[in-house]
Write a protein that binds this ligand. Structure first.
Ligand code: NDP
Length: 281
C-alpha cells in the first residue's frame, strides 16, 4: 500500500524530545524519510533506531539551530544524503517564563536565539529546496510547519519574551505563506496548549513549581496529539492548505501556559494580585 508521504523527505528540528520527536516518528510512519535535528546526538540516535525498528528511515544530524552555519549545514546534509526536502517542521524551542523584573537577560536572549533565530536559520536554508520539491515531486506540493503556541495568540504576564517569539514566528509564517503560495509551498503554524514534554524542565525552580501548580489539575496533551495535527497538515492534497491549528488540552481554559505573577500590592493590609495580571484566563 502506498503511504501518504512515500518518497518524500522531512526535516524535523527539536527531534530529540517532546513534540519534535513524536512528529518525526509520525512522519516516518506516514512514509517520509526523516532527518532528525537537535543538539543531543545520543537522543537522536535512539529515535533513529526506533524509527528503523518500525520499518522507517531516519538520518541523524546533530546541530545547534542558533548557529546559521550549523543550521545550513544540517539542511544541506539532509539534501545531499537523502536527495530532496519536501517538509520542514520547526519544533526546536525553549520556554523560559518568569516576571520581567526578575528574569536574567540570558533567558530572554536564549528564547530569541532558539525560537526566532533558530527558525529563521533553518527556514532560510530550507526554502530553496522546498520550492524545488514542490516543482518536481509527484505530490507537487511542499510544506513548512512551525510549532508556535497558544502564547503566539495571547500575551500574558510572566511570558513577555516567550510571547514575543511566538507572535513573531506566527507573523513570519503568515507573510511567508502569502509569498510562497504560488509556488505551492504551504506554510502553517500549529499552536499547542499544554503538552507533557521536557519544556518546563528548563524553568527556574520557583517558576517551575508555579507552572506545575497551574497545570496539575488538567490532563495535558501528549506530544503525539500535536504530531497528529502536523501529519494532518502535510498529508492533505495540494488543493488544501491548512494554515493554522490550535490544539488545547480539553480542560484548559486559558490560552497561554504562564505561572501566576507575584502579588503586586497591599489593600487593607492584605497582599493582592491585580486581576488583569491573573495568570489563568
Ligand atoms: P522539549 O523541551 O521536549 O523539546 C525541545 C526541543 O528543542 C528539544 O529537542 C531540544 O533538543 C530542541 N532544542 C532546544 N534548543 C536547541 C538548539 N539550540 N538547537 C537545536 N535544537 C534545540 O519541548 P517541546 O517538545 O514541548 O517543544 C517543542 C516546541 O513546542 C517548542 O517550540 C515549544 O515552544 C512549543 N510548544 C510547547 C508546548 C508545551 O506545552 N510543551 C506548548 C506550546 C508550544 P536539544 O536539547 O537536544 O538540542
Amino acid at each position: 500500500m502506498t503511504m501518504p508521504l512515500q518518497d518524500t523527505v522531512a526535516l524535523v528540528t527539536g527531534a530529540s524530545s517532546g513534540i519534535g520527536a513524536a512528529t518525526a516518528r509520525r512522519l516516518a510512519a506516514e512514509g517520509a524519510t526523516v532527518a532528525l535535528v537537535a543538539r543531543r546526538r545520543d537522543r537522536l540516535k535512539e529515535l533513529a533506531k526506533a524509527i528503523g525498528q518500525d520499518s522507517g528511515q531516519a538520518l541523524v544530524l546533530a546541530a545547534d539551530v542558533t548557529s546559521a552555519e550549523e543550521a545550513s549545514a544540517a539542511v544541506e546534509a539532509a539534501v545531499a544524503e537523502l536527495g530532496r526536502l519536501d517538509t520542514l517542521v520547526n519544533s526546536a524551542g525553549v520556554m523560559l517564563l518568569g516576571p520581567a523584573l526578575d528574569t536574567p537577560i540570558a533567558e530572554w536572549e536564549q528564547m530569541v536565539d532558539v525560537n526566532v533565530r533558530g527558525v529563521l536559520n533553518v527556514t532560510h536554508a530550507a526554502l530553496p529546496h522546498l520550492v524545488r520539491a514542490a516543482e518536481d515531486s509527484p505530490r507537487r506540493v511542499a510544506d513548512l510547519v512551525t510549532i508556535s503556541s497558544t502564547a503566539g495568540r495571547v500575551a500574558r504576564p510572566a511570558s513577555s519574551v516567550y510571547n514575543l517569539t511566538k507572535f513573531g514566528v506566527t507573523a513570519f509564517s503568515e507573510a511567508l505563506r502569502q509569498e510562497l503560495l504560488a509556488k505551492r509551498v504551504r506554510v502553517s503554524v500549529v499552536e499547542p496548549g499544554t503538552v507533557d514534554t521536557e519544556l518546563t524542565t528548563h524553568l527556574r525552580e520557583e517558576i517551575r513549581a508555579a507552572a506545575q501548580r497551574q497545570t496539575e489539575s488538567i490532563q495535558p496533551l501528549r506530544p503525539e496529539d500535536i504530531a497528529d495535527a502536523v501529519a494532518w497538515i502535510v498529508t492533505r492534497d495540494r488543493r488544501v492548505a491548512v494554515n493554522e491549528i490550535l490544539v488545547r488540552a480539553s480542560e484548559q481554559t486559558w490560552l497561554a501556559t504562564v505561572p501566576p505573577t507575584p502579588p503586586v500590592g497591599r489593600r487593607r493590609g492584605k497582599r493582592y494580585r491585580d486581576p488583569s495580571t491573573s495568570a489563568i484566563g
